[in-house]
Design a protein around this ligand. Structure first.
Ligand SMILES: Cc1ncc(COP(=O)(O)OP(=O)(O)O)c(N)n1
Ligand SMILES: Cc1nc(C(=O)O)sc1CCOP(=O)(O)O
Ligand SMILES: [Mg+2]
Length: 535
């Protein structure tokens, strides 16, 4: 028998603590509707159907018209509803026990990220906050499960106040849906993206670092629009609206996925994008399945294991090792040597370039799109990513693999917003602060230079090895060095001794030469040699 089991009075094993045996209908004013659907699932994990599970969350007993709350619980649930309610029973866990559970986990190993689901009692909010003060984590994701998709208010006002005053100030991100955002703000109506933005800002004033207002229920919207406010900027995140009844657990899944991405080291914006796309893909994959008899069906989280199409999509995402030999084209140089852009791209790929950027400063938009499309075919046939310099519109038009933007180009956060999480975004950075911002903005890598003086880019400051190293050490993202690099000095660059320096980006040493293929091969053999010695 676990040591803490014996600490609780008999009456509390399997029952509700006395203060929680009240009917919340009174406390919740007209919001709580006894006997109504109660068909919304919350918990620490994504979708589920049937069976019993244990975890932080809550249950609603539709038959009794009572809302049961407890710190963690075991709940009985199946797919039926709305008449029966999706929970058939709830077995709450006492506060002391939750405290012990938290201590058990948090004191054992360094937990990076905690995500909360429904926490329906004031006592448990307090227990959680105290535990997180005692054992701080890197990020706290708060999914403020308090209003079901059917509109049922699942939390008492006192819990709501505790949430707002105690838990939200500790959160790195809070993820309310429209109804939860409204409840947190005293019941205001939210009907437009502008309203969502205002709500995100108002909730931000309670103390969380980031607020994601989910617009799944936004009326008259053909897109699935969420709004992320990071304290400075409101990001509008648009995805496709998937028409399906299988939406049970989408909110929990989204928050859990954000938590997982943060634990992997992603920035908030990047984590939210990846989570949003994950949920969209899962909904799309399982939109037609029919499971259970309830008004909402479960959706399938395992689509990536099951579907070749989704697997293929995933492998085309960014791989930092692709930065090893980064070829950046230059139209003037190609013109000088009498070659087309497609010939230049083919030659550098055949010589061993691992990623290509089209840096076409002179082409008009139509020429740029057409040549990008032609180059993309070559790159795709060799499995080499193709990025577009400066022009997010061109990248979108030709479905390139991503963009590279500088400090005076479109902000990386905007580029990410427009391109979505599956595309690559690179940012030029010359300072640690710029590197930090690139990470916050959801970039995949940074380009840092000029390492050496260069004639290719006018008025480009030279950072030298020290400047490069300083930026690399400050960067949470992988780095590619640029500026005056060639086969003769690439080894010295790669050997500055920082792990996240992944390669070199080169223009003139490849393209201001007679034979692009030969020059690329020469550089490649140096880089491969350095990589072997670095291992
Ligand atoms: C890999 C890589 N790093 C840096 C740059 C420079 O970008 P930017 O500062 O925007 O200057 P332009 O290239 O647009 O002149 C780059 N292109 N690639
Ligand atoms: C495009 C560019 N960006 C730089 C930066 O420092 O951000 S240096 C540069 C030009 C690099 O060309 P080359 O390899 O011919 O020196
Ligand atoms: Mg630029």
């Amino acid at each position: 028998m676990p040591p803490y089991q014996s600490e609780f009075p008999q009456g509390q094993q399997g029952g509700f603590p006395p203060q929680e045996q009240r009917n919340f209908a009174n406390e919740q004013g007209g919001d709580y509707r006894p006997g109504s659907t109660g068909n919304y699932g919350q918990g620490s994990g994504p979708g589920f159907a049937g069976g019993f599970r244990q975890g932080p969350g809550a249950g609603y007993n539709g038959d009794a018209g009572q809302y049961r709350q407890g710190p963690g619980f075991v709940q009985g649930q199946n797919s039926t509803g709305p008449v029966e309610g999706q929970w058939q029973g709830v077995h709450p866990v006492p506060e002391e026990f939750v405290k012990e559970q938290l201590r058990s986990v948090l004191s054992d190993m360094n937990v990076d990220v905690v995500k909360t689901g429904m926490i329906p009692s004031v006592g448990i909010v307090k227990v959680l906050c105290n535990s997180l003060r005692e054992f701080p984590v890197r990020a706290l994701v708060v999914d403020p499960v308090m209003v079901s998709t059917s509109g049922d208010v699942l939390s008492a006002p006192s819990t709501l106040a505790e949430y707002r005053d105690e838990l939200l100030p500790m959160a790195d991100i809070v993820t309310p849906n429209l109804k939860e955002a409204s409840a947190l703000l005293g019941g205001i109506s939210l009907e437009t993206v502008g309203d969502m933005c205002s709500a995100a800002k108002a909730i931000h004033s309670f103390g969380p670092r980031n607020v994601l207002v989910k617009g799944g229920d936004l009326p008259d919207s053909s897109d699935a629009i969420d709004v992320l406010f990071d304290g400075e900027q409101c990001h509008e995140l648009r995805g496709s609206r998937i028409i399906t009844r299988n939406t049970h657990g989408t909110g929990c899944t989204l928050a859990s996925c954000i938590a997982a991405e943060l634990a992997k080291g992603s920035s908030i914006l990047q984590a939210v994008w990846v989570a949003k796309m994950f949920v969209e893909s899962a909904l799309n994959y399982s939109k037609d399945i029919v499971i259970g008899n309830g008004p909402q069906g479960p959706f399938d989280h395992l689509f990536r294991l099951k579907s070749r199409a989704y697997n293929a999509g995933q492998t085309s995402r960014f791989n930092a090792d692709d930065l090893l030999l980064y070829a950046v084209t230059d139209s003037r140089m190609n013109k000088k040597w009498g070659r087309s852009i497609t010939e230049a791209v083919r030659a550098c790929i055949e010589g061993g370039a691992t990623i290509v950027q089209l840096r076409e400063k002179e082409a008009n938009t139509r020429e740029f799109v057409e040549s990008a499309e032609a180059c993309l075919q070559i790159c795709r046939s060799h499995g080499v990513p193709l990025l577009i310099n400066d022009r997010v519109d061109v990248a979108l038009a030709c479905d390139a693999d991503g963009v590279h933007v500088g400090q005076s180009d479109m902000p990386a956060s905007k580029a990410r917003e427009l391109l979505g999480p599956r595309k690559i975004v690179g940012v030029s950075c010359k300072t640690p602060a710029q590197a930090e911002q690139a990470w916050v903005d959801g970039a995949d890598y940074i380009g840092c230079g000029g390492v050496f003086p260069t004639n290719t880019k006018e008025n480009n400051p030279t950072l030298g090895f020290d400047g490069l190293k300083t930026v690399c050490l400050a960067s949470k993202l992988p780095v590619v060095a640029i500026g005056g690099i060639n086969a003769g000095n690439a080894r010295s660059v790669m050997e500055i001794g920082v792990r996240n320096l992944k390669g070199v980006a080169v223009v003139s040493a490849l393209f201001d030469r007679d034979c692009v293929g030969t020059e690329t091969q020469r550089l490649r053999s140096v880089l491969v040699d350095v990589s072997v010695t670095r291992c």
